[in-house]
Design a protein around this ligand. Structure first.
Ligand code: ADP
Ligand code: MG
Length: 259
């Protein structure tokens, strides 16, 4: 049988910790027969802790599917995924829900705020549901970082798109998750608000040691990352480290042309 946890090597090699996420031979297939789609093909990847990783690729290349599988939002068809030492591909529903709630933060394109709650209530909602009380010093710091101090009593409808996404970023940061996943979180924002969100995420990595994984098709967004993974047809076909927006765009153009 597969071991449920990664062997703890920290005592052997000093302070070494397992990757934030590790995927091995992950396949994901949707549908059957004629409508069968192989969304992920034998994916092997390690996402380092404390790094900002962007996943890029043409539409339909499998970016969202890979993110959803790594974030324990979707089951894989075959293969194994670990978040830290937990092998999520072996966990049952209740444990998965718990792991998502306690160890993962999400930022989606559609901000996913509850309209009847204030900004402050939306920020602490996941922790309230988990019956965890937020660290108030930390909460205040996060609110300041994302510039929402004077908007806390506003409801989402009273906030701009950029402000709503800042609420979603604060909500993700406040629980200090192991990883924050974002699927096109700047996709609905004007470029200035989008840059703000990316700057907060970059800051959370540099200053707070947060691990961030972002799906995007925007080369400028990807240029905020330490590492960019390029996908095509369900596979990771290339990667770049600290790329410029220009370099990312050139790589994307070649991918779109099929090489
Ligand atoms: P991307 O995020 O890169 O645009 P996706 O991961 O959303 O790509 O999709 C990868 C492939 O899987 C596409 O061919 C898409 O049509 C298919 N797909 C994604 N989600 C589903 C689903 N729920 N049911 C059937 N096919 C899906
Ligand atoms: Mg997608």
């Amino acid at each position: 049988m597969e071991p449920e946890t990664v062997p703890d090597t920290s005592t052997l090699i000093g302070t070494a910790l397992p990757a934030a996420v590790r995927a091995r031979q992950v396949n994901k297939t949707y549908g059957t027969g004629e409508s069968r789609v192989r969304a992920l093909r034998s994916i092997d990847v390690d996402i380092a802790r404390g790094q900002f990783t962007a996943i890029m690729g043409p539409s339909g290349s499998g970016k969202s599917t890979l993110m959803h599988c790594m974030a324990a939002l979707e089951p894989v068809t075959s293969g194994h995924i670990w978040i830290g030492r937990s092998q999520i591909t072996r966990l049952k529903d209740r444990k998965l829900t718990q792991l998502r709630r306690d160890r993962i933060g999400f930022i989606f394109q559609a901000f996913n705020l509850l309209p009847t709650l204030t900004a402050a209530e939306n920020i602490t909602l996941p922790m309230d549901i988990a019956r965890r009380s937020p660290d108030h010093v930390w909460l205040q710091q996060v609110v300041e970082i994302v510039g929402l101090t004077d908007r806390l009593r506003h409801r989402p409808s009273q906030l701009s798109g950029g402000q709503q996404q800042r609420v979603a970023v604060a909500r993700a940061l406040v629980a200090r998750p192991d990883i924050i996943f974002g699927d096109e979180p700047t996709g609905n924002l004007d470029s200035r608000s989008g840059t703000e969100i990316l700057t907060f995420l970059r800051y959370s990595v540099d200053a707070l040691g947060q691990t961030v994984v972002l799906v995007t098709h925007d080369p400028t967004a990807a240029s905020h990352a330490d590492r960019v993974l390029f996908m095509a047809d369900g596979s990771i076909v290339d990667e770049a480290h600290f790329p410029t927006a220009d370099a990312v765009m050139k790589r994307m153009l070649r991918l779109s042309a099929g090489h």
